[in-house]
Design a protein around this ligand. Structure first.
Ligand code: PLP
Length: 224
């Protein structure tokens, strides 16, 4: 068994079977994706549109590509036909562009709303107040070509497990609150995407339905 396949197996053995694994293949070559694919992995996360374009050309058609990185509005048109989900929606403006481009090609694009839960200012996402303001707005209700499937968040990069757990718990509570207040009649609102290589077990304990794991599967990425 290849080391990539082995890593995936180990991670899966530590997660409840209800938690989906998104293999984060950003910066890694197509051959590495193929190794994961050959072990059964089908969902891959990327953070650059161009990298999705190029990997999609080289790899099997039944791979589900998901966008997990900050997305610029001018790249949305290119991205929408390529992905099964955009996890990193961090503004109403971006969501409305995704909606418009999806409408043009007669599609409904699955999205997660990214919430800023970490202490670091550099991480993107809605603040909880911005999120609830948008969800309560009429403009939001008019977006018919996006399917809101849940929330995504990244915890602070720290060794303090209690802090990480608090942040994930906060997001899980926000998810339940949003589901009850704004998505009670929206069966698609089911996903809570949280947990990366360093904190996925804590995330799973706090109710994650989807973990996004890169370096633990494919090895460390070179810093850019
Ligand atoms: C890079 C990235 C990951 C994966 O990070 P690892 O620590 O390598 O597992 C997960 N989520 C997002 C949003 C990322 O950008």
């Amino acid at each position: 068994m290849s080391s990539i396949a082995h890593n995936i197996q180990v991670i899966k053995s530590q997660l409840p079977s209800s938690v989906r694994l998104v293999a984060v293949s950003k910066t890694k070559p197509a051959e590495a994706v193929l190794e994961a694919y050959n072990s059964g992995q089908r969902i891959f996360g990327e953070n650059r549109v161009q990298e999705i374009v190029s990997k999609k050309e080289q790899l099997p058609g039944d791979i589900e590509w998901q966008m997990i990185g900050h997305l610029q509005s001018n790249k949305v048109k290119q991205l929408v036909p390529l992905v099964s989900m955009i996890q990193s929606v961090d503004s109403f403006r971006l969501l409305s562009v995704i909606n418009a481009e999806s409408q043009k090609i007669n599609r409904i694009t699955s999205c997660l709303l990214q919430v800023h839960i970490a202490a670091e200012e550099t991480k993107t996402g809605f603040s909880p107040a911005e999120l609830t303001e948008m969800l309560g707005s009429e403009e939001f209700d008019n977006l018919l070509n996006v399917r809101i499937c849940g929330l995504m968040g990244m915890a602070t990069f720290t060794d303090d497990h209690d802090q990480v757990r608090r942040e994930f718990r906060f997001l899980a509570n926000l998810f339940r609150d949003c589901k009850q207040r704004y998505f009670a009649n929206t069966p698609s609102f089911t996903e809570l995407s949280m947990g990366m290589s360093g904190d996925y077990q804590i995330a799973a304990e706090e109710g994650s339905t989807m973990v996004r794991i890169g370096s633990l599967i494919f090895g460390e990425r070179l810093k850019k």
